[in-house]
Write a protein that binds this ligand. Structure first.
Ligand SMILES: Nc1ncnc2c1ncn2[C@@H]1O[C@H](COP(=O)(O)OP(=O)(O)O)[C@@H](O)[C@H]1O
Ligand SMILES: [Mg+2]
Length: 295
């Protein structure tokens, strides 16, 4: 059940625009899920309605980060043809989330009937929220590329380590080569200090400009913060920790994170599902293959 405030917002505002935002990374373990969850909660606190979908199939951990266990998952929706209302769970602050589930490692394993069901349910869900965040698994797979390309925008998370930056660049390169104008944001996580975060961001922006003639917007920098690890162990989101520097940074990012006005949304010719269907039908990779791309 959604909380009363969210219900009221939905009825007052009518349908939400359901801006779909993919949160992705090259390397795993860079803080995507923690960012996705705590950023979603920060937006909820600002009165936005948010649905967070854990798409790290087989390895999802939003439930663990929240200390909750979900009755049903995204995979259940596809395999058991459940309605999206049946699989949505309530988190704190009126956040709605969908657990990833197990039993399918790759969405390209979905058969056509499963995809039709997913499409209908996703479109219905999208209408109810201001934002739909997709917490992606790590790595550059055809599946994650399809979701990033279909999303309205994506947030690529990197740490300040060169290995993580290299893998983030490989991901950005692949996406920009397929869709140069797709809005992409960069989030630098675990910066030792502001300067290190800014250096990382500047280096990333420079290589993207030099080698891809493209731009990537800096969404923000999150500091290395012991409170994050502590909160993960306690299975409580860190956004509520008063002495957390990462929480303060996320609250600031959420306050300045604006979704575009209705004009911009109206100009977009197709929806997330429309674009995903295109990519899906054009072949990409089907039947469970899950290739990695070269750099
Ligand atoms: N800002 C941070 N400061 C300190 N540790 C962090 C920070 N962000 C992430 N971590 C650590 O990294 C681990 C992996 O984060 P997670 O969000 O699960 O990454 P991903 O989803 O990219 O695999 C967390 O369990 C936490 O210990
Ligand atoms: Mg994760």
């Amino acid at each position: 059940m959604r909380d009363q405030a969210a219900k009221l917002r939905a009825s007052v505002q009518g349908a939400g625009s359901g801006r779909t935002v993919a949160i992705a990374s090259g390397k795993g373990g860079v803080g995507k899920s923690n960012f996705a969850l705590n950023f979603s909660l920060a937006l909820c606190k600002l009165g936005k309605s948010v649905l967070l979908i854990d798409l790290d199939l087989g390895m999802g951990n939003i439930e663990i980060l929240l200390g909750k266990s979900a009755d049903y998952s995204f995979i259940d929706m596809i395999q058991k043809r459940l309605d999206f209302e049946e699989i949505v769970e309530s988190g704190p602050q009126g956040l709605d989330f969908i657990a990833a589930g197990t039993g399918m490692n790759n969405l390209f394993q979905m058969d056509d009937a499963g995809f039709v069901h997913f499409q209908a349910e996703f479109e219905r869900a999208q209408l109810k929220y201001d934002y739909v965040f997709l917490d992606m698994g790590a790595g550059l797979t055809e599946e994650s590329a399809a979701f990033i390309l279909a999303a309205d925008e994506s947030i690529v998370v990197t740490t300040t380590e060169p290995t993580s930056m290299m893998d983030a660049y490989a991901l950005i390169k692949h996406i920009k080569q397929r869709h140069a104008k797709l809005p992409m944001h960069l989030l630098v996580n675990r910066a030792a200090d502001r300067r290190e975060g800014q250096d990382t961001a500047a280096r990333m922006q420079e290589v993207v400009q030099t080698f891809l003639q493209a731009k990537i917007n800096l969404l923000g920098i999150l500091p290395e913060d012991k409170q994050v690890t502590r909160s993960v162990k306690l299975q409580k989101p860190f956004i509520d920790q008063k002495d957390s520097k990462a929480a303060a940074a996320i609250r600031q990012l959420a306050a300045s994170y604006q979704k575009p006005g209705p004009d911009t949304a109206a100009k977009e010719s197709t929806s997330f599902i429309g674009r995903l269907k295109d990519i899906w039908l054009k072949g990409g990779t089907r039947n469970g293959e899950n290739p990695r791309f070269s750099r």
